[in-house]
Design a protein around this ligand. Sequence first.
Ligand code: SF4
Length: 129
Amino acid sequence: MDNDPGCNCEAGEMMIFPCAGACNVGQLANDLAKDLSNKSMGKMACIAAVGAGGVMAINAAKKTKVLLVLDGCPVGCAKKIMEKNGLETTVQVLMTDIGMKKTDVLSYSEEEYSKARKMTLDKLQTLPR
Ligand code: SF4
């Protein structure tokens, strides 16, 4: 019997792994990943699946050109999970780099969202094509 039904993580040009932390910056990272994925800029993927050693997610990431990690704060959980599973992050973006203070409130302002989105797109622009 197959006890590992896997997930929907698929290889592509870019996979996006938000830390999805339970705080303002973690939720901002998660919503930003959703937005970029919904606009077909990449494929949002499950950092939890990678952390759990999910073979489908890890193998998909290994075949993917750009691994974008959106971490809420400098603790960098998503990037650390990637490292522990043998995956090299191509670009890491920290939401706190826009000057946000991490709080346990699960929301953020439109201005903070716009700044984080711009910072992320600017970083992606610097990648070699
Ligand atoms: S990177 Fe920061 S915000 Fe994200 S899960 Fe870790 S501690 Fe929480």
